[in-house]
Design a protein around this ligand. Structure first.
Ligand SMILES: [Ca+2]
Length: 197
C-alpha cells in the first residue's frame, strides 16, 4: 500500500515538473530544436490533384524518394487521407517504394515518432512498412484493420522511439508490401526530449 502511494506521489511530482517546464519554457519537455530543419510530416506540399507518382531520387516537400516509387496526393491509395482531408502517401507507386526526411536533432536526445497508417483500398487484408532511423531498419508495422473503403481508410495511429545519434537524423519509411498497392501514411510527427545533462 505504501509503495503504491509513494509511486503515485512520485508520478505526481513528475507531472508537476512537466507542467512547470511547459509554463517556464512555453514548449514543454518534448520540444523541437530551436532552429534548423524542423521535421514536417503532413504531406501537404506540393499540392497535387488526385495523385502523382514520384520515382527514386525525386524530392517532394521535405521528403525524398529513396527506393522504388510512391504515390502522393489527396487520393494516392484510393481512399481519403487521415482525417478525410488533405494529402498523404501510398508507399507503393508501381512498385514498393521508400521515402526519407533529414531533420535536426541533438545527440543523445530521446525521440518519439507518431504517424497515421492506412493501406490501399485494393489491399483486402493488410499492408506492412518498415520505419528506419539513419538507414537502420526498425520493427515492421502492419495495418490490418478491416473495412478499408474509398471514403474511410481506417486510419490508425502508430508510434516508435529512437535515440538521436547525431545533429541530424534521417527518418525513413519503406514499403515491404509487394505490388502497386501498399501501406499509406499521413501526419507523421516527431518529438525529442533534450539529452540529459
Ligand atoms: Ca496530410
Amino acid at each position: 500500500m505504501s509503495t503504491i502511494i509513494l509511486d503515485a506521489k512520485i508520478r505526481g511530482q513528475w507531472m508537476l515538473v512537466a507542467v512547470l517546464a511547459t509554463l517556464v519554457t512555453g514548449v514543454g519537455l518534448f520540444a523541437q530544436p530551436a532552429s534548423g530543419a524542423h521535421f514536417e510530416g503532413t504531406f501537404e506540399n506540393p499540392p497535387v490533384v488526385g495523385w502523382t507518382t514520384y520515382s527514386e531520387g525525386t524530392p517532394f516537400g521535405p521528403w525524398t524518394v529513396t527506393a522504388g516509387d510512391v504515390d502522393h496526393g489527396p487520393t494516392p491509395a484510393g481512399t481519403t487521407c487521415q482525417g478525410s482531408a488533405g494529402q498523404c502517401v501510398d508507399l507503393n507507386g508501381s512498385v514498393p517504394g521508400a521515402i526519407s526526411q533529414v531533420f535536426d536533432t541533438r545527440v543523445g536526445g530521446a525521440c518519439q515518432v507518431w504517424f497515421w497508417m492506412s493501406r490501399h483500398v485494393q489491399q483486402a487484408t493488410q499492408a506492412t512498412l518498415v520505419p528506419s532511423v539513419d538507414s537502420v531498419d526498425l520493427a515492421a508495422v502492419t495495418h490490418n484493420l478491416p473495412g478499408v473503403a474509398r471514403n474511410d481508410g481506417k486510419w490508425e495511429q502508430k508510434t516508435f522511439s529512437f535515440v538521436a545519434a547525431g545533429p541530424t537524423t534521417t527518418l525513413g519509411f519503406r514499403s515491404t508490401t509487394s505490388g502497386a498497392a501498399g501501406p499509406q501514411i499521413d501526419n507523421v510527427s516527431v518529438g525529442c526530449r533534450p539529452p540529459a545533462g
